[in-house]
Design a protein around this ligand. Sequence first.
Ligand SMILES: C[S@@+](CC[C@H](N)C(=O)[O-])C[C@H]1O[C@@H](n2cnc3c(N)ncnc32)[C@H](O)[C@@H]1O
Length: 236
Amino acid sequence: MVFSAIYPRLDVRVFCVLCISSESLMTIKVWVKSRLADKALKPVRLELCQCLRDLNLERSQRADLQVTEFRVLDVGCGTGDFLFRCANQITHGLGIDLDQDMVTYARRQAEQNQLSNLSFQCIDAQSLQQPMFDVGVSTLCIHEMPKPTALSVLKRMLAQCSELLIADYTQPKGWFSCAGIELDELMSGHYRHFRRYRASGGIDGYASEIGARCQRVCDSELDGIAIWRLSINQPG
Ligand SMILES: C[S@@+](CC[C@H](N)C(=O)[O-])C[C@H]1O[C@@H](n2cnc3c(N)ncnc32)[C@H](O)[C@@H]1O
């Protein structure tokens, strides 16, 4: 309304073109993700960075030899924002995503910031065939997958990574967050996957179906999101 009142001759398409050119050909989707969603998710990123530090500390206390490598995999990395935030804590980070635009943006950011320890690939997490990682991370990705895909991705991540940190939806405490998440998921195009995720008990439910050991690490400062730590359930 305000926009059309000030610029009556500009329609939405012209506005979109202006956005694209001013952001060096970044697509609107990537622009929205990097300028809005990534900023909103900052508390979760910082909490995950702290979890990574704790895991690394635990690892080095457990190991007899000095631990030098710390390799992290980010499944459904989007713009790569999480890996950029933890780049100085890790020796190598690989971000994978199905969306080529996100991967192109993340690669360009890594180049511009001369972060040679980060790489990004456009691949399906189900066909992941990389060497081992110390930690696999995924943020707000599992709930949007069809259940069989989510289970297969979690299994594959567990096979490739010693530990997983999964940040995803849980039951919100407040009605405002509850309505916000519901609305966001309704508009996202994967609402039925989200409902199935919720009906299955979220990450706890999925973890128990694949026989993983699952520990809820913390509730995020963002109401409705929690972080879980998953590992292979060792007998005994
Ligand atoms: C809600 S976004 C979250 C992005 C990012 N993790 C973040 O926190 O901003 C979910 C991402 O998962 C990606 N994704 C969904 N299914 C995937 C799959 N099977 N393999 C790799 N990426 C996938 C989507 O392309 C999307 O970028």
